[in-house]
Design a protein around this ligand. Structure first.
Ligand code: GLU
Length: 256
């Protein structure tokens, strides 16, 4: 299987912005194992800004653009250093690809992006993709890695997009506020009723939330790619998802 796995800042870091060492170690171990079993894996990783905040000991996510972009530049190094080190332990090679919306909208650049990712997969490498946060501008920003994950999954004709988050999946209401909220196991069509369930904002250091996840689901489903939202607090959940077990919320890609 060709699998795109998106991990959010809230999965990779503590609230301080510092690396969640145990979780990231587990994540790299499980992904390495999935690769050893013959799957191709593309990782879409957030965490550049969050880790930059941690590394620079900033009190919070910066509110101005230059500091945010500087934090991303610092954090992206830290992120790739971490992945390179941990995947090397299992003899896997990683590659970094940073893109902005302009790269996905310009047909020529998009083809180069697709070709590079495909070639990396042929070379048995784990491509690790993030937005190029240090140079992205308001007009040309993808803005969130859920959407970036869906773009990567459709561009590479992946079989499955897995979004690991700090929430178990899509609920009928925000489970942090409503104890009667029910987890939806399977979504075949995104109805206006489902859209109303999303309710905005994500974590303090990331940018996502359920709205961007539904947006990603729309892109993936339209391209025939299945998408699963699951809780990334225990990365071994990836084994169950790849085996097709009912975990989190599954969005079924349109059959062609
Ligand atoms: N690209 C951002 C980062 O690495 C994250 C975007 C997101 O949270 O979706 O910090």
């Amino acid at each position: 299987m060709r699998i795109v796995i998106k991990v959010g800042t809230s999965t990779l870091t503590h609230k301080t912005g510092m690396l969640h060492i145990r979780r990231v170690e587990q994540l790299c171990k499980v992904i390495s194992d999935l690769k050893n079993a013959g799957n191709q894996v593309i990782l879409v990783s957030s965490g550049a800004i969050g880790m930059g905040v941690g590394k620079l000991s900033l009190p919070d996510r910066p509110s101005d653009i230059p500091t945010t972009q500087a934090a991303a530049a610092v954090g992206q190094c830290e992120l790739m250093y971490t992945y390179d080190r941990l995947f090397s332990e299992y003899n896997h090679t990683v590659a970094q690809i940073l893109i902005t919306r302009g790269d996905t909208e310009d047909p020529k650049r998009r083809v180069h992006f697709e070709n590079t990712v495909r070639r990396l997969l042929e070379l048995n490498v784990i491509p690790i993709i993030n937005e190029n946060d240090s140079i992205a501008t308001d007009e040309l920003v993808i803005g969130d890695n859920d959407t970036l994950g869906a773009i990567a999954a459709t561009a590479t004709a992946a079989d499955l997009l897995i979004i690991l988050s700090d929430i178990n999946g899509l609920y009928t209401a925000d489970p942090r506020k409503h104890e009667n909220a029910v987890l939806l196991k399977k979504v075949e069509i995104i109805t206006p009723e489902i859209e109303n369930m999303t309710g905005g904002a994500g974590s303090r250091l990331g940018t996502g939330g359920m709205t961007t996840k539904l947006n990603a689901a729309k892109i993936a489903m339209a391209a025939g790619v299945d998408m699963v939202i699951a809780n990334g607090s225990d990365p071994s959940v990836l084994y169950d998802i790849v085996e097709g077990k009912e975990i989190g919320t599954k969005f079924v890609g349109k059959k062609k």
